[in-house]
Design a protein around this ligand. Sequence first.
Ligand code: TMP
Ligand code: ASP
Length: 254
Amino acid sequence: MKRRRMIYEGKAKILYEGPEPGTLVQYFKDDTTAFDATKRATIEGKGVLNNRISEYLMSQLTAIGVPTHFVRRLNMREQLVKEVEIIPLEVVVRNIAAGSLAKRLGIEEGTVLPRSIIEYYYKKDELHDPWVSEEHITAFGWANPQDLDDIVNLTIRINDFLSGLFLGANIKLVDFKVEFGRLWENDYMRIVLADEISPDSCRLWDVSTNEKLDKDRFRRDLGGVVEAYSEVARRLGIMPESVQSEQKGPVLVK
Ligand code: TMP
Ligand code: ASP
């Protein structure tokens, strides 16, 4: 079989050339990193779970009219996506103080914020993804005011929708990160949600116990990473294929 052309390899995913022009295959690895990749591990089954969770969340968002790059899941680890020009911003939404906001501004983790806050980080590993303002974004041309307007409107809709969706699964959406891309259709461009939405890019806490069900289990050495991600998938009602079924070897025919 012809080896696929790799387009880009990131810390947790690989992008391959897609089956037709304008498409890519997004492959979810089991690798995980934190703190600018100074902390690394391979967590067996994580990629399968994130592929499935991100597929579900992107599909639900599509259903309410949020444009995304997602086309369909291809298999346990891969999904077909539309090729977009990634806007070099990590757009973070916070509903409850945690992580870098709690640390930077000295707000106790778990404090419900007076309103949802949107922050931007410039995607540049060498600079450790610095915090930037709308002024920086438009002055340096990473996005123009119209793009930013679309990004903010989409981000607010995504936050409102996902907050409700997770709450229905007994999970608090504390904060999350999204990325957007420019999708070209002939001469027409629109901003669409890209990348992934998974427990790698969200903080998810159990509603009653505040137990962490996300990547903080890895960042803070709490253990049980795959169990937490599985629990998120289970609560969302999307665990039909077990992670074990990916393993090679004899398969029980039912
Ligand atoms: P922070 O509190 O570390 O700034 O993270 C805010 C949210 O963004 C949290 O849900 C985790 C997510 N995030 C990423 O997806 N990628 C990153 O590189 C970082 C730093 C955070
Ligand atoms: N993914 C990021 C890194 O490895 C950080 C994080 O998610 O905490 O640098």
